[in-house]
Design a protein around this ligand. Structure first.
Ligand SMILES: C[S@@+](CC[C@H](N)C(=O)[O-])C[C@H]1O[C@@H](n2cnc3c(N)ncnc32)[C@H](O)[C@@H]1O
Length: 320
């Protein structure tokens, strides 16, 4: 075991029980829905990594380019000796750019709901950064959250890339930013936010030609079959992800291709032909609308960086 790598620590209750409750509750609703955080078991995390490589998925490429271009400025804003806390850390690829530029970082604390995947990727990072203290946390940042202090507490800087903030409706997004702020103990937050743009481009990003996003969406049903013994027929549902221009968001659904009954935990759920199951929203912001929300969450927006085509933005927010 690498000595710089602490044991994976769970800081919110296991999501396995809540997955069962969420699916049972969500299938009984009208319209039917399941929260997108349940996409991310190990298979879902790996599918998301494939999405990041797709030609249509401009988000990852653009955010990585912004991070590389502005790493020096970001490192100066974060300051020396900070603990970098990443929310929804995923593959841990983007943080390498920050770690390479950071001034003597005290520790890196990745937090993710996808525990098995985090356990794999953090081992690779630990081998590549032997001098860095790594403290992986498994938890759900939508729940009350307390990130434990290090043995010698230091200033924190938050990192929240990937426009994961877009997966929350504006009120929930603001509440999430507040929760992060209170965990940063006065430190700043670097957030990646996807921008409002040509709906054709947005539509293509969530409806890729290779069908990887469709597989990612259907992993929710595959996961329910694997973990909960449900009997979803994956071929009897279609991936559907339209852009709702009035609400500035991509909406993701699985649409039942026929009249069918799904059985889970002894309960039966009827789907009409064409009935949608809502699985995700991805809200898009303007730079101004995101900064306004950050203000309402108790941050002072400072630097903001965007690409020439204004596809994506990165915001440095200071705690007030
Ligand atoms: C859109 S992906 C972004 C991944 C990575 N940060 C990036 O920028 O490529 C969202 C990430 O957040 C994690 N996640 C989603 N909901 C979460 C929650 N409620 N609590 C903790 N992590 C969550 C997922 O497991 C996934 O790794």
């Amino acid at each position: 075991m690498d000595t710089n790598l602490a044991r994976l620590q769970r800081i919110t209750p296991t999501e396995a029980d809540s997955f069962a409750d969420t699916v049972l509750d969500g299938l009984a609703r009208s319209p039917k829905e399941i929260a997108c955080k349940y996409f991310y078991d190990e298979a879902g995390s790996r599918l998301f990594d494939q999405i990041c490589e797709l030609p249509e998925y401009y988000q990852t490429r653009t955010e990585v380019a912004l991070l590389k271009r502005h790493a020096g400025e970001i490192a100066a804003l974060m300051g020396s000796g900070v603990e970098i806390v990443e929310f929804g850390a995923g593959s841990l690829r983007k943080v390498r750019i920050l770690l390479d530029a950071a001034h003597n970082p005290r520790a890196y604390t990745p937090l993710d709901i996808s525990g098995d995947y985090l356990s794999d990727v953090v081992r690779v990072l630990a081998a590549d950064y032997p001098a860095l203290t790594l403290r992986p946390l498994v938890g759900d940042f939508t729940r009350p959250l307390e990130i434990p202090a290090l043995s010698t507490p230091s200033r924190r800087a938050g990192f929240f890339p990937g426009s994961t903030i877009g997966n929350f409706k504006p009120d929930a997004a603001m509440a999430l930013l507040r929760r992060m702020r209170s965990n940063l103990n006065g430190g700043g937050l670097l957030v990646g936010v996807d921008l409002v743009k040509d709906p054709v481009r947005l539509h293509a990003a969530y409806n890729d030609a290779a069908g990887v996003t469709a597989l990612f969406n259907k992993n929710l049903l595959a996961r329910a079959n694997r973990e909960l013994g449900a009997d979803f027929d994956l071929d009897a549902f279609a991936h559907y992800a339209p852009y709702n221009a009035a609400a500035h968001r991509i909406e993701m659904y699985l649409v039942s291709l026929k009249r069918q009954t799904v059985t889970l935990a002894g309960r039966h759920f009827e789907f009409a032909q064409g009935e949608p199951l809502h699985t995700e929203d991805s809200h898009k912001y303007t730079i101004e609308s995101f900064r306004e929300m950050a203000c309402r969450a108790g941050f002072s927006p400072r630097a903001v960086w965007t690409d020439e085509d204004r596809l994506f933005s990165m915001h440095w927010l200071e705690s007030r």
